[in-house]
Design a binder for this molecule. Structure first.
Ligand SMILES: NC(=O)c1ccc[n+]([C@@H]2O[C@H](COP(=O)([O-])OP(=O)(O)OC[C@H]3O[C@@H](n4cnc5c(N)ncnc54)[C@H](O)[C@@H]3O)[C@@H](O)[C@H]2O)c1
Length: 258
């Protein structure tokens, strides 16, 4: 049967306390999944508590710093203790760092890599053993990982994540575990709320759809990649960016020729 429904499937979402992760958790619950939502906070963030109270039992919250290997082990142990397997993992947690090439320090690079790259590696290493055939992993990259986005450490981390994702797709494919990436453009979240107005305007000028994206527009693609509708899709990289990365820099030329 062709379906976007995820009834009976358990999906772990990292960085689910706000922004895209919270939207993914909400949409996955609507699709019938049991969601294990994780984030840094000790207590369930308010946006998730609403989902938890309207859909009792469909969403559980666990504290997890994705850079912490022992935190991942604790999560895996807890999932096993519930008698559950893991059918989906959304590696969504990420941090930005806006220093430019000549200012970025090694510490900047390390801090961003710890979350955006090592956090994803640890998640895959820890939860893949709990996954049966026909499970799926979705890694949240960025248009930064498809372009020369100016914040050096963040951009390098998202390019590194692409390599990690492709190796994971190759290595886990024989076990029936699919690994795909989404690459959001400018999405309205707390992360981008702190971006300068100039950045917002310049990005929209490079975006054929001429607007920013919503968290639901990313969550919908994540849901598709976790669902049986994408059962032959692995190693794919899907930009969710209003066309920003597709024109390869040609938009300003096209606009100038009107
Ligand atoms: N918003 C955008 O325009 C945009 C664009 C491209 C890519 N992304 C990527 O999308 C993902 C989600 O971004 P967002 O905009 O929703 O960000 P956000 O800052 O609004 O939310 C990120 C969440 O991740 C959590 N987090 C941060 N560090 C963590 C850690 N070490 N362990 C666990 N959780 C941690 C935060 O607490 C927060 O709840 C990130 O990977 C980001 O790089 C965002």
């Amino acid at each position: 049967m062709v379906s976007l429904q995820l009834d009976g499937r358990t999906v772990v979402v990292t960085g689910a306390g706000q922004g895209q992760g919270a939207a993914e958790a909400r949409m996955l619950v609507e699709a019938g999944a049991r969601v294990i939502a994780t984030d840094l906070a000790a207590d369930m963030p308010a946006g998730l508590a609403v989902v938890s109270s309207t859909s009792p039992g469909a969403l559980v919250y666990r504290q997890l710093n994705v850079s912490d290997a022992s935190g991942w082990s604790d999560l895996a142990q807890w999932i096993r203790s519930q008698g559950w397997q893991v059918d989906g993992l959304v590696n969504n947690a990420g941090i930005t760092q806006r220093s430019r090439l000549l200012d970025a320090s090694v510490a900047d690079l390390q801090n961003v890599y710890e979350v955006n790259v090592a956090g994803v590696l640890l998640g895959i290493q820890t939860l893949a053993p709990l996954m049966a055939s026909s499970s799926a992993i979705v890694n949240v990259g960025s248009v930064a990982g498809l372009t020369a986005h100016y914040p050096e450490a963040y951009t390098a981390s998202k390019w590194a994540l692409r390599g990690l994702s492709q190796v994971a797709a190759m290595e886990l494919g024989p076990r029936g575990i699919r690994v795909n990436s989404v690459h959001p453009g400018f999405i309205e979240t707390p992360m981008t709320a702190s971006a300068k107005a100039e950045f917002r305007q310049a990005t929209m000028a490079e975006t054929p759809l001429g607007r920013t994206g919503s968290v639901e527009e990313v969550a919908g693609v994540v849901l598709f990649l976790l669902s049986p509708l994408s059962s032959f899709v692995t190693g794919a990289e899907i930009p969710v960016d209003g066309g920003q990365s597709g024109h390869g820099g040609a938009k300003s030329v096209s606009d100038a020729m009107r």
